[in-house]
Design a binder for this molecule. Structure first.
Ligand code: BDR
Ligand code: CA
Length: 318
């Protein structure tokens, strides 16, 4: 099993990603942390605690993280995820589980330092917690195998034409983390947009009839509406991109992905381009190999990805 920590801002695609991450037999989830992003951190924490309950994994510790980005006010994504972050979906049974006493970055530090080998951090949200960790505890770098991050793009964006949400929401954090040269996997929007679930796939989710699959079907029903503009290609409806799920899938099934190493940086001061991820795709900057620390994922095998997701979701029962 691959040991991981998951940082998230639950969020519709985050909760779908968690439904997979917490049930696949390929991951050992050492802890989950929350951050502000899609919604304020109190809401993302409530959603994540209750997700652990719904998915039967309350033994996994959760720590609550940053309430604001490093240097800016929060730019949330309630317009995509709804005001409760889950498109109005309500948990039938509210959990008693409480967050750990430490803030997320201190929690991550203590988990990392207690591990004999470096481990993978899966970051499905703005990188505020991870930047705080590396600013306050630079020695944590030796204990991080890699950060697998949902975000970045070569030539597309959401919600601006060039910036992806998880970078735009805290560009200073993303810039800081990448500049540490920690091994960094960018599960780019270019890649996740090829990982869509079709409406047929969603019918297969609905046919599973277990509480987790029912939740997935409900929240994605809302998401279909709010991401309408992104769902249409050449006038054809294609389905929905569950960006965070795609990112977790890379950790369990890297063979489904194509990617390459590049030098990358983040624009933090652009008049039109704040949050843009500069990826030196054509080697214009002639950086040495040791500076090409970002593995940029370009493509995923969609059919297999969907198959593996449905297989794991079915394990929640009938
Ligand atoms: C990313 O932004 C958030 O709204 C989603 O949860 C995902 O992590 C997609 O750009
Ligand atoms: Ca997210």
């Amino acid at each position: 099993k691959i040991k991981v920590l998951i940082d998230c801002d639950t969020g519709i695609d985050d909760i779908v990603a968690l439904s997979y991450a917490l049930k696949t037999d390929r991951l050992e989830v050492l802890g989950v942390t929350t951050v502000c992003g899609n919604l304020p951190v109190d809401i993302t924490t409530y959603n994540t605690l209750n997700a652990l309950e719904l998915m039967g994994r309350t033994e996994i510790p959760l720590a609550k993280g940053a309430a604001t980005p490093l240097e800016r006010p929060l730019w949330d994504a309630a317009y995509i995820h709804g005001s409760n972050g889950l498109g109005g979906y309500e948990f039938a049974h509210k959990t008693e589980k409480q967050p750990e006493p430490q803030p997320a970055h201190e929690f991550i530090y203590s988990v990392l330092m207690a591990q004999p080998e470096p481990i993978t951090i899966i970051a499905l949200a703005p990188l505020t917690n991870i930047a705080l960790l590396l600013k306050q505890h630079p020695d944590a770098l030796t204990k991080i195998q890699r950060i697998v991050f949902m975000g970045g793009s070569l030539r597309t964006g959401n919600p601006t034409p060039v910036a992806t949400f998880n970078v735009l929401a805290d560009p200073e954090a993303a810039k800081y983390v990448i500049a540490t040269k920690v091994p960094f996997v960018m599960c780019s929007l270019d890649c996740t947009r090829g990982s869509f679930l079709t409406y047929d796939d969603l019918d297969k989710v609905a046919a599973l009839h277990n509480p987790v699959a029912d939740m997935v079907r409900t929240v994605t029903g809302f998401y279909i509406q709010t991401t309408k503009a992104e769902n249409t290609v050449d006038g054809q409806k294609k389905g929905i991109d569950i960006h965070d799920l795609c990112t977790v899938m890379y950790v369990t099934h890297p063979e489904l992905f194509e990617g390459e190493h590049y030098f990358a940086d983040v624009e933090t001061k652009g008049e039109l381009t704040t949050g843009f991820t500069l990826v030196d795709f054509e080697n214009n900057l002639k950086k040495p190999p040791e500076d090409k620390t970002v593995l940029f994922l370009k493509k995923v095998n969609r059919e297999k990805y969907v198959e593996y997701f449905l297989e794991v979701l079915a394990r929640y029962g009938a």
